[in-house]
Write a protein that binds this ligand. Structure first.
Ligand code: BTN
Length: 306
């Protein structure tokens, strides 16, 4: 109901009477008033006047009702420790495919390899619960799919030259705009769920504490709509995941990567390897030509371009 009230207010460039809303939605005027009060409390800038209600500015809020058609599968929080924690709990309790956990800020945002992820107001922090019917061996391709779809979404929306750094970071001019983390559980050799957590530097300012990071707002010198980014990304990713088509993912990822042909240093839990990144194989492992000429395949780690 809140989403429908907002649509009516947003469509009208002025005051809409309580009566118009109540008859359009077939609810009482008291009920309209109660919903409006809840929306105001949630942060919407709605003016109540003696003749009706007017939405004053288009706030960029990420409540479930902002995502028409997905309301039932969106869990929004103003603040959580990490969306990964909430999503894991929901997935273990059986939440359906494409449930999305979004938070305004995170107090313990996690990055890969046990790093922290800065999660100030203005960024986009979310975890998607996916349940593709695939063997565990294919699971890493889901991450590559998620990063290909994100790089394409950002390019299409903003005309920026976003690139993917192995394995799943999104960079613009060498600075990090987005990072991705995934956790999965399996039964026998089939995936039960894979949770993909994504942080996008949208309207926040990460660069003061992380000099190699940058936000879309800093690149474009204007605010961006977090809601529009998330809507377009979720729609595109859902189509892509449901279509399967895992064979096409790595070649597509390679088209958008800035890692191949770079001198890199890969930090893994088993040590640090450096050399020339010569390829990415069909499973997403990075093929490295080490300084002594030996060729090594690395399947997990953090990559630094030199
Ligand atoms: C990385 O680049 O190291 C991965 C960063 C992943 C950050 C996102 S923000 C939403 C989700 N919740 C977390 O705690 N981490 C991921």
């Amino acid at each position: 109901m809140k989403g429908r009230i907002l649509s009516i207010l947003k469509a009208e460039n002025g005051i809409v009477s309580g009566e118009v809303i109540s008859s359009a939605l077939d609810i009482s005027r008291v009920s309209v008033w109660k919903h409006i009060r809840k929306l105001q409390e949630s942060g919407y800038d709605i003016r109540s006047t003696p003749t009706g209600y007017q939405i004053m500015s288009h706030s960029d809020l990420l409540f479930p009702w902002e995502f028409t058609g997905r309301e039932g599968k969106i869990h929004y929080y103003a603040e959580v420790s990490s969306t990964m924690d909430i999503a894991r709990e929901l997935a273990r309790k059986g939440s359906p495919h494409f449930t999305v956990v979004i938070s305004g800020i995170q107090t313990k945002g996690r990055g890969r390899l046990k790093r922290a992820w800065l999660s100030d107001k203005g960024g986009i922090y979310f975890t998607i619960i996916l349940r593709p019917q695939i063997p565990v061996l294919l699971s890493s391709k889901t991450n590559f799919m998620a990063s290909v779809v994100l790089v394409k979404t950002l390019r299409e929306m903003f005309g920026i030259e976003a690139m993917v750094k192995w394995p799943n970071d999104i960079l613009v001019s060498g600075r990090k705009v987005s990072g991705m983390l995934s956790e999965m559980e399996a039964e026998a050799d089939m995936l039960s769920f894979i949770n993909i957590g994504i942080g996008i530097n949208a309207n926040n300012d990460p660069s003061s504490r992380a000099p190699l990071a940058i936000s879309l707002k800093q690149i474009l010198k204007r605010d961006v709509s977090r809601k529009e980014i998330l809507t377009r990304y979720l729609d595109a990713l859902e189509r892509r995941i449901n279509a399967g088509d895992y064979d096409r993912v790595i070649p597509e990822w390679k088209y958008y990567t800035c890692t191949i042909n770079k001198e890199v240093k890969i930090v893994t839990t088993n040590g640090i390897f450096s050399g020339l990144a010569i390829d990415v194989d069909e499973n997403g492992s990075l093929i490295l030509k080490q300084d002594d000429g030996a060729v090594k395949s690395v399947s997990f780690g953090d990559c630094f371009h030199s």
